[in-house]
Write a protein that binds this ligand. Structure first.
Ligand code: SAM
Length: 216
């Protein structure tokens, strides 16, 4: 698929919209401005790619709204070289934002169809992440600890495993709530197993399934 001047123009508009909603981190805005989001859409639906909206990607799941991706990424405060675990690979768009910020990305997806699709699609776009299939509500202990963990599905509670898999001074960004609405939380693991909890505004995500998520 091509990335034309028209697509680039639509992307600049999208960055303006995301900025107007309060995103300030220029690195995050640059990433949104660089990534061809229309590559995740069928040709007939390209018009939708640069609207600030979530969109269905199959298997009952969505590519998150760009503002939401930017908000979570800003909270994560990714530094080049950070080892980041993403729960909910989905389309791979959020993974690419993390890669653009210089993170080493580990990403896990619960739906086989999406895992298979995305682990081939991203390398074709020139992006290299570590893809896993499984229940991310339990984290990915094999490669722990992580500097940062981001959950891109709505959880009923904060899974203990995710806190356990954070480095000291590492943080977890996770939407927690009921099926209709979730509050965005940032939990920072401090020395001596203490946690700092910050609460941000409400979002609406698809459910985090699995052993420490919502039961099917
Ligand atoms: N980060 C994605 C993107 O950029 O497209 C957003 C994907 S969508 C909002 C949330 C994803 O979380 C879905 O693909 C869903 O299948 C996945 N998911 C739900 N529960 C999960 C679990 N326990 N482990 C891993 N992925 C899960």
């Amino acid at each position: 698929m091509e990335d034309s001047y028209r697509h680039k123009g639509m992307r600049r508009q999208l960055v303006k919209v995301v900025r107007s909603k309060g995103i300030k981190d220029e690195r995050v805005l640059d990433a949104i401005g660089k990534i061809p989001r229309h590559f995740f859409f069928e040709n007939a639906l390209v018009e939708h790619a640069y609207q600030d909206k979530a969109f269905p990607i199959g298997a009952g799941q969505t590519i998150s709204q760009p503002y939401t991706v930017a908000f979570q990424t800003e909270l994560l405060n990714v530094k080049p070289g950070d080892k980041v675990l993403e729960i909910g690979t989905g389309s791979g768009y959020q993974s690419i934002v993390l890669l653009e910020l210089g993170a080493e990305v580990y990403t896990i997806e619960y739906q086989k169809e999406l895992y298979e699709r995305t682990r081939f699609a991203l390398p074709e776009m020139g992006y290299k992440a570590n893809f896993f299939f499984g229940d991310g509500s339990l984290g990915l202990p094999r490669f722990a600890p992580y500097d940062k963990i981001i959950v891109t599905a709505g959880a009923p509670t904060v899974p203990d495993a995710l806190i356990d898999q954070l480095k000291v001074n590492g943080c977890l960004v996770i939407p927690v709530g009921n099926a209709k609405t979730q509050q965005m939380l940032r939990l920072t693991r401090l020395e001596g197993n203490k946690l700092r909890k910050e609460v941000f505004h409400d979002f609406k995500f698809v459910p985090l399934l699995g052993d420490d998520g919502w039961k099917k």
